[in-house]
Design a protein around this ligand. Sequence first.
Ligand SMILES: [Ca+2]
Ligand SMILES: [Ca+2]
Ligand SMILES: [Ca+2]
Length: 765
Amino acid sequence: MGCDGVPPGLDAGQDAASPPDARVVPDAADDASLPGDAGQANWAARSCDLTVSHAAGPGVTTVQIAGSFTSWGDAPLDLRDDDGDGIFTITLSPNPRLTSGERYPYKLIVDGTWILDPAEGRRQYDGGCLNSALVMPSCDAGPEIEAGRLDADGARGTADTHVTVRTAADGAPPREVTFTLDGEPLPAGAARLDVGAGAYDVHLEGLAEGRHLLSVRAVDTEGREAAPVDLPFWIEADPFEWRDATMYMIVVDRFANGDRESDAPVGAPVEYAADFHGGDLWGALEVMQSGYFEDLGVNAIWLSPINQQAEGHFEGRDGARRFAGYHGYWPSRGRDVEPRFGGNEALRAFVDEAHARGIRVLFDLINNQIHEQHEYFAEHPEWFRTGCVCGAEAGCGWSERPLDCLFAPYLPDIDWRVPGAERQFIDDAIFWVEEFGIDGFRIDAVKHVETHSIFNLRAALDRRFGQGGERLYLVGETAVGQWDSADYGCGETFSDGYDWIDAYVGEQALDGQFDFITHHRLQDGLVTDRMAFTDVETVVRDFESRYAPDGLHVRFLGTHDSNRMASRAAFDPAQGCRWPDGGGCASLPGRPSDPAVFDRLKRAFTVLYTLPGIPFLYYGDELGMPGGNDPDNRRDMVWTGPLASVAMGETSTSTLEEGLRTHLSELGRARAASEALRRGRRVPLLVEGDLYVYAYAHDDPGELAVVAVNRGGAITDRGVDGLTGSLLGAVTSLERLAGGGSARLDGGRLRVSLGAGESAVFVGR
Ligand SMILES: [Ca+2]
Ligand SMILES: [Ca+2]
Ligand SMILES: [Ca+2]
């Protein structure tokens, strides 16, 4: 298969691509809308060609490209490596089979083996098979904006970047190039046009702490607009990375009620537990303004879905009981916030307040389903699948039809293979970021959605918001166990749960996932004390070694999908119940009052908060709130003191509950204070059935953290080996930041004292 099969107009040789004839002088020389002195700029023109490159491994002799435009294997095109540097390239020019602005599926064939192009993030299905996707440049659709890296200096309050504007291929110059900072025009001189380069140097100063947004727009003399480019960035003394996050989930309807006028429960026949309770984003805002999240050391919040919800009530999965859309997973609008939750105005206020406090906000993005009341279902029924309800009939099992079966008969399944559906749902995700400045998404039900949705969402978000270097955090929910495997056909096979979760993670996809495997393996053992620490250590080593190293996963115990940790720790006989009557249940879990329950929870959270990755707290678990399964695991948050005004239920706490919250505050703040805990290397020091001691070392010689968890009786001045001189660095003593007990260094050897059942976090001094 050589070049013989090249369709007309396809250029197989990299050298033959002629450079664009691109020098144009704008006639709007003194147009004030061109920031700086526009002068006569040498705007380069966009190329209509696309170059595909592949950095082949040693010994590779042939690299080809095959796609719909080569009738796949009929006439693949050769990439060439004339200079022998191992990088094979081909330049594709528009032709009747490759239209400007269109997307095409393709694969590379490397020495006969068909592969996805590792350099291309976008994906497209063809005949049920996942492929890479190339997009021929929209060179005649208008100008193009390309931003370079944005360097923000938190200490000086400055930011710098470089923005190139190219004309369409026909050379029509920009009529207007607009820069705004946080929605306002830039100060004079902040964007200087480099006339010779046809590009802008942007220098911003006097920037306040918090999140900012630099936006660039361009329109040419033909009235054609460039695809918009937005560069979010943060000014902060200690630049945040996502591995620094401590994440908290709010179920909006159950958290805090700030506006009782718009509560609007559905009422009978919906029982209280399955109805709207009145929680809203105004209430969550009041909680935030009280400093609650900083007190807990929380700096990232995942909001349950806030899209406007279906009205009325629908049957749940276990039959007769009726549910309202209080949980948020029944969206009826693409871009409107549920009015009960406070609408778009409350969301904006909440996100702005979070950002003023350095707190990141994640949205819950539902890519799998909409409710049948959704505006898009009426307008575009062809975007959705109906009929096959997961598990409801033969041939429609969850594992037989994982991608297209319906979660419920009234929840049409989004068909991501329909181009219009893909565009709409990606545009809606972009809308939430553009309109509210959110920092990323928790993506629901990943394994039930076509894989390309993740990759193409990432590519679109990067193109719009990522050019300056800021990356939206995308974390998925792929609920699998250790031994789960799957075969989606056509190369999409997953040999075990780790492999499956990893399949959606990487530079071109998710940053990480909720680590369901570790959750399943550790949850019960940790909160019930029934798992020896030697087995806990095995689980930790497994996730450290079996996931690809670049994934930044979330470690969690409780969620809105499992019964409450406190009821598990209490061995409450009703912990599996959902309703107080029926299904073998005569009651729901009660409020624990045994100190041993709270001690178990403290130890479990000490371990969770000091695992590698991002620790996660489900609202109410900081108080040991009880609960059975859905919906009983979503009881109203307990608020006391001044915040009792936003409570929907209980307004008092016990000493034991407050003690647990204090412990979680100490843990969260210890993480915030210790770079070693957040970014360091884990070093196990002592692992016994009932005693667990490990350290985190960091490159900074003064940074060290030690975690000690004791499930047994008191230990006094127990010597622990393993803190070598290189780990200790300049550390001469240890200070306790969380829990009880003490630790000291005796001639470089660690000595730990812990009361019965105590756990602690120490940092080096
Ligand atoms: Ca080469
Ligand atoms: Ca309300
Ligand atoms: Ca689906």
